[in-house]
Design a protein around this ligand. Structure first.
Ligand code: NAP
Length: 218
């Protein structure tokens, strides 16, 4: 930071549930951004929410139910405490070009090289990586501060998303195993829908829904 003195920094790092990387690292980065006069746009997650109220806009307070969600929520609070001009942008499942972990999982489940199932009761608002990146750069260039939501316009289950990806890639949809998250031991929220209306109004970038962006080849 001292050497480059960037106008702005987009922090898209993640260390999963590792507290030092996911919670503390971004706060150190925010401290450095203040010191060097850099704008900061930090990527956060819908995992900061429990799903208890299903619909979450930018004014909702985090109530995480996983170690990863808790680390992301702590980073949000710490960043805005040391750098009140920073942007915290929460997003959802990131999809694009066949390269995301979610698209890889669909291919492997259909090929039978991976165990598991795609949940029909696990609801999110997937976003295309290009829409997300463009919106992050747009937020960096605006005088936006504080919490923003950047998720896709469509709400769908992980299984519905898997079906869209499989169809787009010409794969056999009938081979996709389904399951219920409620019946699994996996911790985490069931239904989290990021309401992005307030953020979308500030942007010229359209945050497309998965039903739209999955109809074109990866
Ligand atoms: N993927 C999703 O569906 C999703 C959903 C909601 C929110 N998010 C958020 O979106 C952002 C991007 O997610 P992603 O899935 O693209 O993450 P990812 O694939 O796991 O990438 C994580 C990045 O963080 C870097 N990183 C890990 N440990 C680091 C450390 N100690 N110091 C510096 N960099 C470190 C990694 O660098 P190396 O490559 O050098 O290891 C990697 O480039 C994250 O903030 C994540 O929390 C993701």
């Amino acid at each position: 930071m001292a050497e480059v003195r960037p106008h702005f920094v987009v922090n898209a790092s993640s260390g999963g549930a590792d507290w030092a990387v996911t919670a503390e690292g971004p706060v150190r980065l925010a401290t450095a951004a203040v010191k060097h006069g850099s704008r900061l746009v930090h990527v956060s997650s819908d995992a900061v929410f429990s799903g208890a109220r299903v619909h979450y806009d930018e004014t909702c307070f985090p109530d995480p139910v996983t170690p990863y969600g808790a680390a992301k929520a702590a980073a949000e609070t710490g960043i805005l405490a040391v750098h009140p001009e920073a942007v915290v942008a929460r997003t959802s499942l990131i999809i694009g070009y066949g390269l995301s972990k979610h698209e890889r999982a669909v291919r492997e489940l259909i090929a039978g090289t991976r165990d598991g199932a795609l949940f029909t009761d696990d609801i999110r608002c997937p976003v295309h990586v290009t829409d997300l990146a463009t919106a992050l750069l747009e937020l960096a260039s605006l005088d936006a501060v504080g919490i923003h939501h950047l998720a896709g316009a469509d709400t769908l289950s992980r299984h519905e998303l898997g079906v869209l990806i499989a169809k787009r890639d010409g794969l056999d949809v009938s081979r996709l195993p389904t399951g219920l998250r409620a019946h699994s031991t996996l911790p985490g929220a069931l239904d989290v829908r990021l309401d992005c209306q307030a953020t979308q109004r500030k942007l010229s970038t359209t945050l497309r829904g998965a039903r739209q962006f999955c109809t074109t080849p990866a």
